[in-house]
Design a protein around this ligand. Structure first.
Ligand code: ZN
Length: 247
């Protein structure tokens, strides 16, 4: 069974009434509910917990980390960010949602400024532009998001492995809204929808994309390892000769 940790900053939903109305128990609990319905094993963690709830032990038992952050990016512990980065490099999957593009975790993993353009109060049509990708299975050609914050290009990311979704906004901007990356043994999916002022994580097709992404970025093998430089003293061919592999 895939073991997921849903991490949320959990600040706006506690402090702002209009956002509390949309996510009474926080974005993390909304995401937990639809993932549990799918049969995944889910735990949650939030910023206020010790070590932000992302201890070595929690990460060791996490196949996929889902991460939503916004207002506390700078306050997030650099030590914890480096720990998450290492776990991704060792094979843990990472799904970074919406404003988490600007998290220390994503900046460290991807190495670019992660800057973009934004504007409140727009409407998005999310286009699936890689229909054969596992994350796109069962997803319509396009998804209407009636209210969303505009995120626009240029989005300063390294060249993605795949761009699975492209967002079009009614103001005219476009955005690479669903991108995959690989770092070490870990798979990363960045997914733009999910501004906290709108009930975006209740949209069934958005939930389906996140469920697909969990399956896609879960490590295929449980044993994680650090990729390291190795000196090879005996070449594979030499080994083959010694074991009598060559006639
Ligand atoms: Zn936002």
């Amino acid at each position: 069974m895939i073991r997921i940790t849903v991490w949320n900053e959990y600040k706006h939903e506690r402090e702002l009434e209009e956002i509390k109305k949309i996510y009474p128990k926080g974005i993390h609990e909304c995401i937990r509910e639809f993932l549990e319905e799918e049969g995944f094993q889910v735990r949650t963690a939030v910023f206020s917990m010790e070590e932000h709830g992302l201890t070595e032990e929690v990460l060791e038992h996490t196949d996929v980390l889902i991460f939503w952050s916004h207002a506390l990016q700078e306050e997030f512990s650099s030590e914890v960010a480096s720990r998450v980065q290492r776990h991704v490099q060792e094979g843990m999957g990472l799904i970074a949602l919406h404003s988490a593009h600007f998290s220390k975790i994503m900046k460290e993993l991807l190495g670019t400024s992660m800057t973009l353009k934004w504007r409140h109060g727009d409407r998005e049509r999310l286009w699936c532009i890689a229909p054969s990708h596992p994350i796109a299975q069962g997803i319509d050609e396009s998804i209407e998001i009636p209210q969303e914050e505009m995120y626009g290009e240029y989005f300063d990311i390294p060249k993605p492995d795949e761009v699975v979704f492209a967002g079009w906004f009614s103001g005219g901007e476009v955005f690479r809204s669903g991108c995959t990356f690989t770092r070490g043994l870990g798979k990363i999916f960045y997914f733009q929808p999910g501004h906290e002022e709108y009930p975006i994580y209740y949209i069934p097709q958005i939930q389906k994309i996140i469920k697909n992404a969990v399956r896609w970025c879960a490590p295929s093998h449980r044993e994680r390892k650090v990729l390291d430089c190795q000196e090879i003293r005996i070449s594979p061919e030499e080994k083959r000769r010694k074991t009598g592999g060559e006639k």
